[in-house]
Design a protein around this ligand. Structure first.
Ligand SMILES: [Zn+2]
Length: 251
C-alpha cells in the first residue's frame, strides 16, 4: 500500500451524488426504524459512484493499481470502485452478522471511494470495517465520523508506509501496530499468490540492482530502471522501497 493523492471530486459526484445523498438522508430520517431494523434497505445508484468518470479518475490517481495490494489491475480485470466505509452494511469481525444500515451517506463521497482489485474487495474486505472502539461507530449521517478510529489504513489520509513495511516479499506491521496487523491480515496482503507475485518481481529487481552496482555501460540504465520501480507508478513499490531504502524515490 502507498499514499494515494486524489484530484478534486468528479462532477457527477458533486452534482448527482450530492443530490442522491440528500435523498438517502431524508429517507433515513423518515423511516429510521425500518432502516435500523433491516426491513428497508437503500437503493444505491451504481451509475453514480461507479460512473466511468469516477472510475477513470481513481484509476489515474492510483496508476492503474489496487489501492490495497498494489497489483496492476486493468491489464487483466475491470476492477472495482470500492467503498472504504461500506455503504450497505458493516461487520466489526468477519463472522459478525451484517450491521445495518451501513455508511449510506458516504455512498457517493469521493473521499470514501477507491479503485481496487476484485480479490482485495470481494474476497477479503467485503463489508468488513473494524474500529478500535466499535461503540463509537457512526450509525447515521447525524453522528460524528471523526470519533471513529478505523483499524484499516486509509491510503487517502495517511502514508501506509508508517504502519506497514516488508521483509523481502512479506509484509509486516511496524512495531506490531494494530492498524498494520489488521490491514495485512483482513485484506489478505499476505496471501500466498500475492507473495509469489512479489517474490518474482523482487528477484528481477535484485538482478537489476546487481547490474546497477557494476561499472558497465548498462549500469546507468539499470539504476534508472530501479528508480522507476520505486516510484508510485510501479507495481509493489512499497515492497521495493523497503528492499532498497537508499535509493531516492521519484513520485
Ligand atoms: Zn488488491
Amino acid at each position: 500500500m502507498i499514499r494515494i493523492n486524489k484530484p478534486g471530486a468528479p462532477k457527477i459526484l458533486r452534482k448527482r451524488g450530492a443530490a442522491e445523498t440528500v435523498n438517502h438522508c431524508a429517507d433515513f430520517d423518515a423511516s429510521k426504524h425500518q432502516y435500523e431494523g433491516g426491513t428497508k434497505t437503500f437503493d444505491f445508484n451504481s451509475g453514480i459512484y461507479g460512473a466511468k468518470s469516477v472510475k477513470n479518475a481513481l484509476i489515474k490517481a492510483q496508476h492503474k493499481k489496487c489501492c490495497f495490494c498494489e497489483s496492476k489491475v486493468t491489464h487483466v480485470a475491470y476492477g472495482d470502485v470500492e467503498h472504504f466505509r461500506p455503504k450497505g452494511g458493516f461487520r466489526q469481525l468477519p463472522d459478525d452478522e451484517l450491521g445495518r444500515p451501513g455508511y449510506y451517506w458516504l455512498a457517493y463521497d469521493w473521499e470514501n471511494l477507491y479503485f481496487s482489485c476484485q480479490l482485495c474487495n470481494q474476497r477479503h474486505k467485503k463489508n468488513l470495517f473494524p474500529l478500535s472502539n466499535p461503540t463509537r461507530r457512526a450509525r447515521s449521517h447525524h453522528e460524528d465520523l471523526s470519533r471513529e478510529q478505523p483499524e484499516f489504513i486509509d491510503p487517502g489520509k495517511v502514508d501506509p508506509g508508517q504502519f506497514i513495511s516488508f521483509r523481502k516479499e512479506y509484509p509486516y506491521a511496524i512495531d506490531n501496530n494494530t492498524f498494520g496487523k489488521t490491514t495485512i491480515s483482513e485484506l489478505g496482503l499476505d496471501r500466498k499468490d500475492l507473495e509469489e507475485k512479489r517474490r518474482d518481481h523482487l528477484e528481477l529487481l535484485k538482478a537489476v540492482d546487481a547490474l546497477a552496482a557494476l561499472d558497465r555501460p548498462e549500469s546507468d540504465e539499470a539504476r534508472q530502471l530501479l528508480q522507476r520501480h520505486l516510484s508510485d507508478k510501479a507495481e509493489y513499490s512499497a515492497m521495493a522501497r523497503a528492499e532498497f531504502p537508499n535509493i531516492g524515490v521519484e513520485t
